[in-house]
Design a binder for this molecule. Structure first.
Ligand SMILES: [Zn+2]
Length: 268
């Protein structure tokens, strides 16, 4: 059977969603992908080594855990910063207009929900990777037990392509490399989209969180929906912009993944 496999690019996709990502956003998404590249190189090295399967399985578990811990910190730090940025924007607007400070204790719950969603995603990504890589090791074990001679040849061949694995996946070919690559493109894409949501949507969540807290004391508060204003904006987002401003209860939900529209708060 011929299996087509897309190779990962190890770069964030600049065309996710409407408009253009900022340098900062791309830098964050790149840092997620770079960690993924590092763990992939390590996994490839482990799987193609001559170690015992038990050792390989153990090492895969260790590198996945290390990857998860690093990304957990990175995501938590960024999501928290972005959420607070959105929250503070409303807070500052209120302060300028002479309103007292919001009790941001309540917004913590909202932040935790957003963060948990991102971390659940990470958990799932790691689970999939671990299973995939472990299954490749089990497969090697089965091959060793059944066709010993062939396996000897394979091992010799494997030794040649160990460490300098970069971004080459063989297309249209059912090979071991291809099998290893199978999940990589998909995982990179998922991580990249998680990064997008962590950057763009979390910011909006912080803003909305503050708006909801402000609602009981500021009835003149209005929210404007600003699209990025280029041809990538969909009809729905265009309409949301045209129907601005909104009272707090009227603000529409983000209509689609990749929405880069921003919310602007005014006290009228
Ligand atoms: Zn939009």
């Amino acid at each position: 059977m011929v299996v087509k496999v897309k190779a990962p690019t190890w770069k964030p996709n600049p065309n996710i969603g409407e408009g253009v990502p900022t340098e900062e956003e791309l830098k964050y998404r790149q840092s997620l992908i770079t960690e993924f590249k590092t763990v992939t190189i390590k996994a490839k090295k482990i799987i193609s080594s001559d170690k015992l399967s038990e050792e390989k399985l153990e090492e895969i578990d260790i590198i996945i855990l290390d990857f998860k811990t690093k990304l957990k910190h990175l995501i938590t730090r960024t999501v928290t910063t972005r959420f607070n940025k959105g929250f503070d924007e409303v807070q500052n607007r209120l302060t300028e207009s002479g309103y007292s400070k919001l009790n941001d204790k309540d917004s913590r719950k909202r932040l935790n929900t957003v963060l948990q969603l991102q971390l659940d995603n990470l958990e799932d990504i790691c689970f999939q990777l671990k299973n995939k890589w472990r299954s490749l090791i089990w497969k090697q074990l089965l091959v060793t037990e059944t066709i010993v001679e062939k396996d000897d040849k394979k091992k010799k061949k494997k030794k040649k392509d160990t460490v300098d694995y970069d971004d080459e996946c063989e297309e249209d070919e059912e090979s071991e490399d291809n099998e290893f690559c199978g999940l990589l493109y998909h995982t990179q894409d998922r991580l990249d989209k998680t990064g997008f949501a962590g950057w763009i949507e979390t910011y909006k969540e912080g803003l909305i969180g503050a708006v909801l807290l402000a609602a009981p004391m500021v009835d003149r508060l209005r929210v404007y929906w600003d699209s990025v204003g280029d041809e990538s904006v969909c009809i729905t987002c265009q309409e949301y912009e045209e129907n601005s401003p909104y009272t707090i209860i009227e603000v529409p939900e983000t209509p689609h993944f990749g929405c880069r529209c921003s919310l602007r708060v005014e006290i009228e």
